[in-house]
Structure formats: structure tokens, C-alpha cells
Design a binder for this molecule. Sequence first.
Ligand SMILES: *[C@@H]1O[C@H](CO)[C@@H](O)[C@H](O)[C@H]1NC(C)=O
Ligand SMILES: *[C@@H]1O[C@H](CO)[C@@H](O)[C@H](O)[C@H]1NC(C)=O
Ligand SMILES: *[C@@H]1O[C@H](CO)[C@@H](O)[C@H](O)[C@H]1NC(C)=O
Ligand SMILES: *[C@@H]1O[C@H](CO)[C@@H](O)[C@H](O)[C@H]1NC(C)=O
Length: 380
Amino acid sequence: MENKWVLPLALSLFITVLSLAAAAKPVLPPVFIFGDSTADVGTNNFLPASKARADFPPNGIDFPGTSKPTGRFSNGLNSADFLARYFGYKRSPSPFLSLKTTSLQKKKFNGINFASGGSGLLDTTGQTMLTLMKFGTGNIPFGASFKNQKKFISLTEQIQQFSSVKNNLTALMGSVATEKFLKDSLIFISTGSNDLFGYYHSKSSIPKEKFLSSLEVAYENHLKTLYNLGARKFGIISIAPIGCCPSQRIFNATGGCLEELNDNAIAFHSRLDALLCKLSSEYKGMKYSLGNSYEMTINVIQNPLPFNFTQVAAACCGTGKLNAENFCKRGANLCLNRDQYLFWDRFHPTQAASKLAAIALYSGGPQFVSPINFSQLAKA
Ligand SMILES: *[C@@H]1O[C@H](CO)[C@@H](O)[C@H](O)[C@H]1NC(C)=O
Ligand SMILES: *[C@@H]1O[C@H](CO)[C@@H](O)[C@H](O)[C@H]1NC(C)=O
Ligand SMILES: *[C@@H]1O[C@H](CO)[C@@H](O)[C@H](O)[C@H]1NC(C)=O
Ligand SMILES: *[C@@H]1O[C@H](CO)[C@@H](O)[C@H](O)[C@H]1NC(C)=O
């Protein structure tokens, strides 16, 4: 019969078309993430001396699939994960420190997360911060000596790691392809809170304007370094109303937010806005999107019910006043309705809050993200 081969041929054509369709799926933009614990997905798990860590339960109790701690300061995913999700990934790319020598050669290599809890814009920030805030007390054996070991990866070092990745990529695929890869990449940076905490709690004698100006200069230098390495698309996440963290409210007799910390977060956002506008006019091809974490979070705090939050002052996991006198760890109080809490621990948002933030960044209007939102940045 002549028709004998028709069906198999049609079938195989169909399969070819299907696999072509799969191969032709839109290419996802590579994603590189920098910053502090708000974006850390396990970097500090690789630093035995780090006290800013979350690789123990009940952290991760709602982590998809496993309910296990990962190093994220969250009951599940964090904002870095949700952002990556909106761009088509399952979650944030893996921490740089977890990479194997073959990781970059994988065809599907599409980003790295460098963020490290405790770091800030200034190289000096984490050191004072960690002692001042008594980060994660009780997880490090008493008397353990880690004098010369790293407690976190500073932003300067994170960018050095990015530079080393660029060298590896160049060796693998040549400089032209690497340049294009980096030009199309999204660079997310979420940092600055630890600098403001350090300044406030050290009762520094440096005048406020001078300190904020030093943070701005540091940001400018970090951005210029990234630009010179070939990065072009910057998604910048500014500082949330950190005076409203449970850990800070306990310093206010009324349980209200610490106004000075919030004022500094607002003032820094204005400076960052002006800085990015200036840089993008000076540096050819630079594109950016600035997320206003202050606006998006204060909105939820002042009017929580439409967002399905019933608790925006106390932490879900912790002990003492507002569950904020100590870090979230085994044996701490744990709320049941975790999706109704804005804060997971004394400093960090819940998975539900992180998701909201990522939605605002990805598709929000100019009140929350400007001059364009993150989805527009990817297409820019
Ligand atoms: C990058 O290259 C250096 C030097 O050749 C090598 O030691 C390192 O393992 C490479 N890193 C990755 C992630 O491929
Ligand atoms: C404490 O909170 C109240 C609101 O409850 C606020 O008016 C006050 O300024 C806050 N105090 C400080 C030191 O920020
Ligand atoms: C709040 O919860 C309701 C009912 O579960 C849901 O339909 C709505 O989308 C939620 N709103 C937000 C902002 O998540
Ligand atoms: C932001 O993102 C969405 C797409 O995700 C776009 O349609 C929308 O116009 C943008 N919103 C604003 C107000 O810029």
C-alpha cells in the first residue's frame, strides 16, 4: 500500500514542528542578582563564620516542594525568586558560591545570584551591623573563633565575582558573544538597608546628609564598575520603610515605626532617583528601572486588608515583644496564617509580601517603579 508511510511521516513532521516550537520559545533574559539578605538565596550557607544566615528551620517551611530551609530569609521564596519567576524562570538563579566549574558551560546557563545577607553599599557596613543587631544569636557555638573568615560577601566582592564570571564566559564563548550576553542581561540590585541600620544604631556623629551622600557615591561607583564590565539593564530596588520592621518598632515605646529610619529611606530614594537619571544620560546604552520599595510597602502597612494582610507589625516567627526580640529559629513562636503576615522574621518579609513586591516591580505603574517597570526594562 502506498499510503503505508503517510501516517508515520505526518507524525514525524508533527513532532519536528513541535520540537521546533519548543526550541523557538522566547529566549529568557539572563538574570544577575546583587545585594543583601532581601535577595540572598543561600550565599551565606557557604560561609561558616556568617551569623546572617537562615539555613535552619522554620525558615523555608513553605518552600515549594520541599518545605525545607534554603538560606532564604523567608518562609518560602523571596523577591529575587518571584522576579525571576515573572521573567519565566522557576525561581532565582543559584548562588555564585554554589556553582560548579561546569555550571557556565551548560546551555541553559542564564544567571547567578551573588546577594549576601549582612552586606551593604559600604564595604564597612556588615561588620558593625552584625555586632550591633546581634544577628542570629544562638546559631554559632559560643567561643567559636572565625576571626579571619568571611561573614558575608560585600557588594564590592559580589561585583568582583561577576567580573570573574565574565572572564570565564569570555574564555568559553568569546568576547563578542559575552558582550551581547551581558548587554541583554538584567542586573537586579537590592541593598542599602544595612547601611541605614548601621548608621542609625551606631549613633554616628557623621551628619545625615554627609552619610547619605557617601552611600550615593558608593552606589555610583558600583554601577559604573558594572557598566564598565558590560552590564546595561539595571533593575534597582530601593530601601523599604525599614523603621517599620518589627525589630525597629520594639525601640519605639508606642510600637510605631522609627521615623528617622523611614525618613532616611525616603531621602535616599530621591538621591538614587537623581543619580540614575544622571548616569543614564552620561552612559551610552544604560537603561534602568527604579523600584520604590518605600511606597509599595508603606501602602500595605497603612491599608493592609485589600492585600489580605491582617498583621503588619509583628513578625510571624520569633520571640518576645512583636516576636522581634530574637531571630527566627527552632523553638521560636510561629504564626499559623503566614500569608496574612507582612513580616516573616524581625527584619524580612514573608513569601506573600515578597510576591506582592515583585508584582509591583514587574508590572507596576510609575508610583511604584519608574521611569519604566521591570517588564519594560527587559524589552528595552
Ligand atoms: C572560572 O575560571 C577559573 C579560572 O580558570 C576557574 O578556577 C573557575 O572554576 C571557573 N569558574 C566557573 C564557575 O566556571
Ligand atoms: C513612635 O511611633 C509614633 C507613632 O506610633 C510616632 O509618632 C513616633 O514619632 C515614633 N517615635 C520615633 C522615635 O520614631
Ligand atoms: C485576597 O484573597 C482573596 C480571596 O482568597 C483573593 O481573591 C484575592 O485575589 C486576594 N488579594 C490579593 C491582593 O492577593
Ligand atoms: C508595566 O508593565 C506592563 C506589562 O507587564 C505594561 O503593560 C504596563 O503598561 C506597565 N505599566 C506602566 C504604568 O508603565
